[in-house]
Design a protein around this ligand. Structure first.
Ligand SMILES: NC(=O)C1=CN([C@@H]2O[C@H](COP(=O)(O)OP(=O)(O)OC[C@H]3O[C@@H](n4cnc5c(N)ncnc54)[C@H](O)[C@@H]3O)[C@@H](O)[C@H]2O)C=CC1
Ligand SMILES: C[C@]12CCC(=O)C=C1CC[C@@H]1[C@@H]2[C@@H](O)C[C@@]2(C)[C@H]1CC[C@]2(O)C(=O)C=O
Length: 255
């Protein structure tokens, strides 16, 4: 279905990103996995075979993303789709009254830097390469897909930094889609609810069970493959643009 399609997936060594890489490959695409040098990205690429490459990147670095784009062109000749999955989850209350300690500013800045600035950095750089493609019959040159979170809308206690970073991704989706509309590049954001990934696996099982029971239906954590299926649908459907799609089993997070 995606024969000839070339994608970049940030955070592609783990969780939602890794499932996306697998789905794109299954559909006949070729994929560059971008993830931290400390990630298992090299092993993951080896496991997936010749239609993948791993480029160690920090999404906040311009040079790293330029290197990834150069590898994409050298190895696969073009870029059609970029999926932003790289992200970190942090938690802290705005003020700890017992310790008389305000939220650590560096931690806030780091969360914004990776989740928001990193996503922006990738979008602004991949747009140039996708824009070089010849348009299809519909005028489309490619698609950029971002990952926010339902925390962008229903931020819980302790999520000021994480929610702000993800709300920033939601907020820039429409203006960036408008910026790139003339070039025929679509921009869409997915806001996942609770998904079973290494990010979530850090929690003790009883906490996971409790989180599962909070999802109305289906009352379980989402599977990374279900996120990847939405990525596939977004790529396939040319009318989806400038929108954030919740993927959450109708969960609305409690305070
Ligand atoms: N798992 C969940 O329930 C949900 C996840 N999300 C978001 O989905 C995205 C993927 O999360 P998961 O797959 O669950 O997490 P994960 O922890 O399994 O994967 C995240 C990947 O991002 C990479 N990464 C982190 N910082 C990076 C940086 N500066 N540069 C490059 N790569 C970096 C990590 O090395 C890791 O491989 C994240 O943005 C997360 O905030 C959103 C809502 C729910
Ligand atoms: C903070 C949460 C929820 C409460 C808990 O027992 C453990 C947690 C750690 C992982 C967090 C949990 C929740 O806030 C939702 C997120 C932030 C989760 C990591 C990803 C997450 O599912 C998300 O981004 C949801 O939108």
């Amino acid at each position: 279905m995606f024969k000839g399609l070339v994608g970049i997936v940030t955070g592609g060594a783990s969780g939602l990103g890794k499932a996306t890489v697998e789905q794109l490959l299954k559909q006949g695409g070729r994929v560059v996995i971008c993830d931290l040098p400390s990630s298992p990205g090299a092993d993951v690429a080896k496991q997936f075979g010749n239609d993948t490459a791993f480029v160690p990147v920090d999404v906040t670095s311009e040079q790293d993303i330029r290197n990834a784009l150069q590898t994409t062109v050298d190895k696969f000749g073009r870029l059609d789709v970029a999926v932003n999955c790289a992200g970190i989850a942090t938690a802290s209350r705005i003020y700890n009254f017992k310790k008389e300690q305000p939220f650590d500013l560096k931690s806030f800045q780091k969360t914004i830097e990776v989740n928001l600035v990193g996503t922006f950095n990738v979008i602004r750089l991949v747009a140039g390469l996708i824009g070089k493609n010849a348009p299809n019959a519909d005028g489309q040159r490619g698609v950029i897909i971002n990952t926010a979170s339902i925390a962008a809308f229903d931020g819980q206690i302790g999520q000021a930094a994480y929610s702000a970073s993800k709300a920033g991704v939601v907020g820039m989706t429409l203006p960036v889609a408008r910026d790139l509309a003339k070039q025929g590049i679509r921009v869409v954001t997915i806001a996942p609810g609770l998904f079973r990934t290494p990010m979530m696996d850090q929690l003790p099982e009883p906490a996971i069970k409790q989180l599962e029971s909070s999802v109305p239906f289906p009352s379980r954590l989402g599977q990374p493959e279900e996120y990847a299926l939405l990525v596939q649908s977004i790529i396939q459907n040319p009318m989806i643009n400038g929108e954030t799609i919740r993927l959450d089993g109708s969960l609305r997070m409690q305070p």
